[in-house]
Design a protein around this ligand. Structure first.
Ligand SMILES: [Fe+2]
Ligand SMILES: [Fe+2]
Length: 164
């Protein structure tokens, strides 16, 4: 990164890179979780959900790319220690792969963890590193929208379970 771009950061650059790497790891694990869930779910109603999970998987990968770009710009290297660096982690799929409601509950848990984390990081970098702040703020906006979209799925899934 250029001299001035570095000068305006009012926080230790190593700390910024560590925070970005933690978010980077979260996004890859979120990408993987959505990818895996889309692949393993089954049942009559799985097709619509499968498409949504696949799309979401791509969105999370693009988040990882955005964060990775900033890490590189700051002179860092995106981490390969994903499980160590992540704080939101990863949920394996439920044993019953046709339990679509549980699938959606698990992805909502992940989105909520991301919301809390980006909310904290967006606040932390406000007035300290505006470029990183804006990245976290954009991600926060996306995750808030993700949670909302997935919550919309739940009532329909509950309904179907009751009909059985
Ligand atoms: Fe994300
Ligand atoms: Fe998300």
């Amino acid at each position: 990164m250029g001299q001035k771009g570095r000068e305006i950061i009012e926080i230790n650059v190593k700390e910024v890179i560590d925070d970005l790497n933690s978010a980077y790891a979260d996004e890859w694990l979120a990408h993987f979780q959505y990818f895996l869930f889309a692949q393993v779910i089954e049942g009559i109603d799985a097709d619509t959900l499968k498409k949504e999970l696949e799309q979401q998987s791509l969105d999370e990968m693009n988040h990882a790319k955005k964060i990775g770009d900033r890490i590189i710009q700051l002179g860092g290297i995106p981490t390969t220690k994903l499980t160590e660096a992540s704080t939101c982690g990863f949920s394996p799929p439920p044993e019953d792969r046709s339990d679509l409601r549980r699938i959606v509950e698990l992805v909502i848990e992940g989105e909520r963890c991301a919301i809390e984390k980006y909310n904290r990081l967006a606040k932390k970098y406000h007035m300290k590193d505006l470029v990183t702040h804006e990245i976290f703020e954009d991600l926060l906006t996306d995750e808030v929208s993700d949670e909302d979209d997935w919550e919309d799925f739940l009532p329909g899934l509950q309904q179907k379970q009751k009909e059985k």
